[in-house]
Design a protein around this ligand. Structure first.
Ligand code: ARG
Length: 459
């Protein structure tokens, strides 16, 4: 039976009912819906809007309904219009008139605005803890590989020597910002819309501060229209989740490259790889590819939310029911991606020799060679750059490296060179000397990992 049966003469068309209903995706908010109703009933009783006796009955029965749903004794009706209607209907079935009093001074509009906030608050906490776990695994791996030399790339061309630890910590930094973004969004969302009513508040003497504080909110929302019409927080969280997916997707892309035979910088653990149905030799990085692929659907969720809202006049419009599937999908997808991602990164085997061999090719110490002419021989950088360019061309012609180019050849190009150049272009030294704050030197990696770990303790 519909809530609005007084005004209507007919039942809803069954197919229309399915289309209109949100129960298939909002029943996951049953605990939050009940938690909100308990706070509302407590406040109604305290304010004398309903009798103390009715308030107590409502609170006790709401708790029982929650227990019954949790234990499976009460099944959520898939034909109900939404979770709010279902819980209220159940209360009324059990308590009669007292049950009907729960909806005094409340609308489903402020109720749903509350329930999503309560649900997303928990989801934000869950996301934060999973992202922090990944950041801490990256720190652990970075410490293991604080002095593992690898080529750093620009344009996917070997560029300058870095450490693998430094590379991993770049992702840990991104994840720290993801955590902060989600926490910020949660703080901004943490205002209680209950009492906004359908759109225009209510004439009942509600204590909105009381419900807000019972439910752990910073304060009640300050404008009843905004309280029921705002879904900024869904878009904001979806954006924070999208950006985190971008970070996971970039790392996935690197993991996919690194585990190819062309690189072979890492080998994924068997437990986090897949084989091929036809090619016996294959070991595929499916999980990383799926994470990269799933980023698209999360961006789609963000677009759906922004587009759903952009043309809506104040206040509530049914379009807003579309908020839940989008934001829940975004949150669930990130959680689902992080679950295998953390152990996949934790168990990957790093093949240091291949990183070192790749670093030896590609002239990634060419800048250091030029810097040597500047710092040891007093040449202007532009001249040193040109000379080094000639040396690189020479090596390419001969099929050798700067390390193996004889000193005579160096001298032929520029007389200033002496044996000291070999020390200057030694890859380990080149990395060791990149000690500038934020640079890839092994010493820096250890310090940065420690700093991130300390931050993870407090954020
Ligand atoms: N199921 C609805 C939603 O998710 C609840 C609010 C319904 N309010 C209304 N006036 N139809 O948005």
């Amino acid at each position: 039976m519909k809530l609005w049966k007084g005004r209507f003469e007919k039942e809803a068309d069954p197919k229309t009912n399915d289309f209109n209903s949100s129960i298939s995706f909002d029943s996951r908010m049953f605990k939050e819906d009940i938690e909100g109703s308990i706070a509302h009933a407590t406040m109604l009783g305290a304010q004398g809007i309903i009798s103390a006796d009715d308030a107590e009955k409502l609170i006790n029965e709401l708790k029982k309904v929650r227990e019954d749903i949790e234990s499976g004794a009460l099944l959520i009706d898939p034909d109900a219009e939404d979770i709010h209607t279902f819980v209220e209907g159940e209360l009324t079935k059990r308590l009669g008139d007292a049950g009907k009093r729960i909806h005094t001074a409340r609308s489903r509009n402020d109720q749903v605005a509350l329930d999503i906030r309560l649900t997303l608050r928990k989801e934000c906490d869950a996301l934060v803890s999973q992202i922090k776990e990944l950041a801490s695994v990256l720190c652990k791996k970075a410490k293991e590989h604080y002095d593992t030399v690898m080529p750093g790339y620009t344009h996917l061309q070997r560029a300058q020597p870095i450490t693998f630890g430094h590379h991993l910590l770049a992702y840990a930094e991104m994840l720290l910002r993801d955590v902060e973004r989600i926490k910020d969004a949660k703080e901004r969302m943490n205002y209680c819309p209950l009492g906004s009513g359908a759109l225009a508040g209510t004439t009942y003497p509600l204590d909105r501060n009381m419900t807000a504080s019972l439910l752990g909110f910073t304060a009640p929302t300050a404008n009843s229209l905004d309280g029921v019409a705002d879904r900024d927080f869904c878009a904001e969280i979806a954006f924070a989740v999208s950006l985190c997916m971008v970070h996971l997707s970039r790392l996935s892309e690197e993991i996919i490259l690194w585990s190819s035979w062309e690189y072979k910088f890492i080998e994924l653990d068997d437990a986090f790889s897949t084989g091929s149905s036809i090619m016996p030799q294959k070991k595929n990085p499916d999980l990383a590819e799926l994470v990269r692929g799933k980023s698209g659907r999360v961006f789609g969720d963000l677009m759906a939310l922004l587009t759903m809202m952009k043309g809506l006049p104040l206040a509530y419009n049914k379009d807003m029911q579309e908020d839940k599937e989008a934001i829940f999908d975004a949150v669930d997808t990130l959680k689902m991606c992080l679950t295998p991602f953390v152990p996949m990164v934790d168990t990957m085997r790093v093949i240091k020799e291949n990183m070192r061999n790749a670093a030896a090719k590609g002239f990634i110490n060419a800048t250091d060679c030029a810097d040597y002419l500047v710092s040891h021989k007093g040449l202007p950088f532009r001249d040193a750059y040109k000379i080094t360019g000639e040396l690189v061309a020479l090596c390419i012609n001969k099929g050798i490296t700067l390390e193996t180019l004889p000193i005579e050849e160096y001298k032929n190009v520029c007389e200033d060179f002496d044996e000291g150049v070999y020390e200057a272009i030694n890859l380990e030294k080149c990395v060791r000397d990149r000690l500038v704050y934020g640079g890839p030197a092994p010493e820096n990696v250890l310090k940065e990992a420690k700093a991130i770990e300390e931050k993870l303790e407090i954020i």
